[in-house]
Write a protein that binds this ligand. Structure first.
Ligand SMILES: *[C@@H]1O[C@H](CO)[C@@H](O)[C@H](O)[C@H]1NC(C)=O
Ligand SMILES: *[C@@H]1O[C@H](CO)[C@@H](O)[C@H](O)[C@H]1NC(C)=O
Length: 314
């Protein structure tokens, strides 16, 4: 879980266009806090209960209840409940104990981003397929349980939907294991897959996820050596390849100037040849030689560049 959160942060730094807007909501104690994203899905950055400002939520309050501005407590439940949803609402008097500062009138201060992600909801016993086309899935949040009494409630007696504080703790890890790095995956909303967190309540599986471009790797091999491509997980997908020379800085050690100055040298058969030897395998070896690719520029010292990704097949 820590790894998932960490990689999400890294990913937001690497792909800032995922961020849509940044929001802040302050709710005085006892009222309903309502978070909403017009575009994208909620990602809570900080959720604090207490008082750090004397004017907010102070109307009609005696000084004794508002003078302590050094009171704050983190409320992790808000991110657990709201991350990955478009709208999230809860009554604030039911969360936030033990009281971080008895006698002070407190408020809930939640800051969140709206990020570009997709959401999927599957009612109890149903299946749904997450599909990223040519991209790969990265799960953002997932819960099997119930946090809302309207979702998947049509025709059900209210006794089956009353508990809206129901979480299966193993959902995120389980869904991430099945789906991360794949182009599509099927998930099932069933107590046979997740631990039943609230027996007797009708549950659903809510999943939010990103579609990310497949991470590409580049392999460079000097003429005469072997390129060895290996996927730790998944199979090789070759994106681009060239045997020749396209700059005067790669593979130059000990080479005379006249062998490295030409930088527009391409063997047109390279991509087809590398695909033939590598595509769909977990590992492959390709000699960077004229014997394999024929010589696209005689007297120039060449190198083989291969751009590839490792794809987990659905
Ligand atoms: C709300 O929380 C944010 C982030 O921690 C903080 O910068 C801001 O000052 C807080 N606002 C109030 C009114 O407490
Ligand atoms: C605020 O509270 C913290 C922890 O309760 C305490 O260590 C700190 O000294 C307090 N600061 C002020 C200015 O009262």
């Amino acid at each position: 879980m820590f790894f998932l959160k960490l990689s999400l942060l890294t990913l937001l730094v690497a792909a800032p266009d995922l961020l849509v807007t940044a929001e802040n909501v302050i709710t005085c104690y006892g009222n309903v806090q309502h978070l909403r994203c017009e575009t994208g899905l909620i990602r809570v950055k900080s959720a604090i209960y207490g008082r750090t400002d004397c004017s907010i939520c102070s109307i009609g309050r005696p000084p004794a209840q508002i003078q302590n501005t050094n009171c704050s407590m983190k409320i992790p439940l808000i991110s657990k409940r709201c991350d990955g949803h478009r709208v999230c609402e809860f009554k604030t008097d039911v969360i936030g104990s033990p009281d971080p500062c008895v006698g002070t009138f407190k408020y809930y201060n939640t800051t969140y981003d709206c990020i570009q992600a997709r959401a999927s909801v599957t009612c109890e016993d149903g299946y749904s397929t997450l599909d990223c086309g040519n991209d790969v899935i990265q799960i953002f949040n997932a819960n099997y349980g119930r946090t809302d009494n309207k979702i998947c409630s049509e025709g059900l007696p209210s006794s089956l939907t009353v508990n809206t504080n129901c979480y299966a703790p193993d959902t995120l890890t389980s869904v991430a294991t099945r789906c991360n790095g794949r182009s599509s995956c099927t998930v099932q909303a069933s107590y046979t897959i997740f631990t039943d967190p609230c027996i007797g309540i009708s549950k659903y599986l809510a999943v939010s996820y990103f579609c990310l471009p497949q991470p590409v790797q580049t392999s460079v091999t000097c003429e005469g050596d072997n390129a060895v491509l290996t996927c730790g997980a998944g199979i090789l997908k070759i994106q681009a390849a060239n045997y020749g020379r396209t700059d005067s800085t790669t593979c130059i050690t000990g080479r005379p100037v006249n062998q490295i100055t030409k930088n527009d040298c391409y063997a047109t058969s390279t991509l087809a040849e590398v695909i033939n030897r590598c595509e769909g395998k977990t590992t492959c070896t390709v000699p960077a030689t004229n014997g394999v690719f024929s010589d696209p520029c005689v007297y120039t010292y060449k190198f083989l560049t291969i751009v590839y990704s490792c794809v987990v097949s659905p």
